[in-house]
Design a protein around this ligand. Structure first.
Ligand SMILES: *Cc1c(COP(=O)(O)O)cnc(C)c1O
Length: 370
């Protein structure tokens, strides 16, 4: 298999050193592995400056497992969760709450519209039974950025609890627990930290987590139990994804060596600009206005030309060495290109060239809806 560059928001392109870190087999109860887990958790907490009041609970599985664990553990059975919805990952949260039997109030927004703090303010003022707000920071289905700081202030002013799906923003976009109150901040190994997929984690407020013992609907997704066991033994409950943790350790070392969060955001911002400029020059139209666009993943309108079809477009770009991502919108035909991973703006310019060659090869003329 020729190795292609993944322009997908997880799994994504990783550095050779990250892949090499998986060449060692670790014993799950071995002291060296426990220290590896502890050091990764310390660093994850420090990235969002949450050392004083929060703990990091790692969890086996993809990011959704960690989202489900956080909701199932921290929202009591009588809780009521406001879910602002401007995309597929918001809808997934509402769906999870349905499975958990936790009451959800979905607040719909258009997919090209950021969540409005004012509307959340009104909803919380109007419904004192709402206990939690579950917010997706960067809605990866479009790449839209929701105003986390303003929403956090509204939620705190009403004395309600905030649960944040920061899966595709953690490590790149600014999040600072010293100025943002949250009960849970959820992310995973294989996104902006540029590790491999397989491990989620929740930065949870210690007193909220400790107060939630016995609340979870599920043994394997009980974060309070996972935390108590980790605290007592230094070990994960149940088999840990040892190679994933080792790869994440190296990925975080590389993250710090490259200048940490600011440097990562700067690289992704350049990647995103190179991608958008190049695609615009080819005639493609972005789905989002640039003011709402996070430098994580960009959604483009599919060319409304009979010569275009995503399957064939994808295969031809793949043959040129780049893996694109299908769209995830309900109303309009789109495809997505990720800006994250161990790639730089030169990679994105080569990807744009591959897309341009594919467009010419397929004879696509009409590039954008009007
Ligand atoms: C990737 C992602 C998730 C988790 O998806 P998995 O496929 O379970 O890893 C959740 N929320 C957002 C916003 C994401 O980008």
């Amino acid at each position: 298999m020729t190795e292609a560059v993944l322009l997908t928001p997880g799994p994504l392109t990783t550095e050779a050193a990250v892949k090499a870190a998986m060449q060692v087999d670790w014993g799950s109860w071995d002291g060296a592995f426990n220290e590896l887990t502890a050091s990764v958790c310390r660093d994850l907490i420090a990235i969002v400056r949450a050392e004083p009041d929060h703990v990091c609970v790692p969890l086996q599985g993809s990011g959704t497992f960690a989202v489900e664990a956080a909701l199932g553990t921290l929202v009591p059975r009588g809780g009521k969760v406001l879910v602002p919805d401007n995309g597929a990952y918001c809808k997934r949260i509402a769906r999870i709450l349905g499975y958990l039997g936790r009451e959800a109030v979905v607040m719909p927004f258009a997919e090209h519209e950021a969540v409005s703090p004012g509307r959340i303010d009104a909803a919380l003022a109007g419904d004192p039974a709402i206990t939690h707000v579950a917010l997706v920071h960067c809605e990866t289905s479009t790449g839209i950025l929701n105003p986390l700081t303003d929403i956090g202030a509204v939620v705190a002013a009403h004395g309600r609890r905030l649960i944040i799906d920061a899966m595709s923003s953690f490590g790149a976009l600014p999040i600072d627990a010293r100025v943002l109150a949250f009960d849970a901040l959820i992310a995973a190994s294989g996104k902006c930290l540029e590790g491999v997929p397989g491990m989620g984690f929740v930065i949870a407020r210690r007193d909220a987590l400790e107060g939630s013992a016995g609340q979870a609907h599920s043994l394997s997704l009980d974060l309070a139990d996972q935390w108590q066991y980790l605290r007592k033994t230094g070990q994960w409950r149940f088999t840990p994804p040892t190679h994933v943790v080792a790869a994440l350790r190296t990925a975080i070392d590389r993250y710090h060596a490259q200048g940490g969060r600011e440097a990562r955001l700067a690289r992704y911002t350049k990647n995103c600009a190179a991608l958008q400029d190049g695609m615009r020059a080819l005639g493609f139209a972005s789905f989002l206005p640039s003011a709402l666009q996070a430098p994580i993943i960009v959604t483009f309108h599919s060319p409304p030309d009979p010569a275009y079809d995503f399957g064939s477009f994808y295969r031809r770009v793949r043959e040129r060495g780049f893996i694109l991502y299908p769209g995830k919108l309900t109303q309009v035909e789109t495809f997505r290109v990720g800006c994250i991973g161990a790639i730089d703006s030169a990679t994105l310019r080569r990807a744009v060239a591959a897309i341009g060659a594919t467009v010419r090869e397929m004879g696509i003329q009409r590039m954008a809806p009007r």
